[in-house]
Ligand binder design. Structure first.
Ligand code: HEM
Length: 143
């Protein structure tokens, strides 16, 4: 491991995005895994598609073993400057907290109101039917 690690920007790291020159970013560290491509049990293709982005989630989703993490350390070349990561280049899944769901939020609100109102309407109808039935029972005596 380097005693004085370099800090690398996204622009720099993302240039190394093919089989003959392949760098990946995992957990804010940069790895030059070019010599490892042929030996990767998951194949080289998946490594190349993990370049030019933060591959942390992809790496962790596989559930790599401790020995995979040990191998990885051999290829460490520097730290990643996270402030240079473009907002649109990233993980497959968008973050779960989406603040712009305006349409969704209002339809959720309507559903909640309906859930509250529906039992009240049914109860009201039941009472109305009951008193109507009572009135009908009383009516024949009048004529
Ligand atoms: C320096 C980086 C990496 C190293 C050293 C590494 C190492 C390994 C090793 C040793 C295995 C065998 C299973 C294990 O021991 O966990 C493996 C499997 C695998 N890796 Fe990686 N890997 C790296 C990065 C990645 C990345 C970025 C991906 C992207 C998704 C990936 C996807 C896979 C897949 C799909 C398998 C196959 C799992 C299976 O079929 O059982 N790896 N890797």
């Amino acid at each position: 491991m380097a005693s004085n690690p370099k800090t690398l920007t996204f622009e720099e790291v993302s240039k190394h995005n093919h089989k003959k020159d392949c760098w990946i970013i995992v957990n804010r560290k940069v790895y030059d895994i070019t010599p490892f491509l042929d030996d990767h049990p998951g194949g080289d293709e998946v490594l190349v598609t993990s370049t030019a982005k933060d591959a942390t989630i992809d790496f962790e989703d596989v559930g790599h073993s401790d020995s995979a993490i040990e191998i990885m350390e051999k290829y460490y070349i520097g730290n990643f400057d996270t402030s240079t990561l473009p907002a649109n280049v990233n993980h497959r899944q968008p973050p779960p907290t989406q603040a712009h769901g305006g349409g969704n939020q209002s339809s959720e609100f309507v559903v909640k109101i309906l859930q509250f109102l529906l039992p009240l309407v049914i109860l009201g109808l039941a009472f109305a039917l009951r008193s109507y039935g009572k009135e009908k029972q009383a009516a024949p005596h009048e004529s």
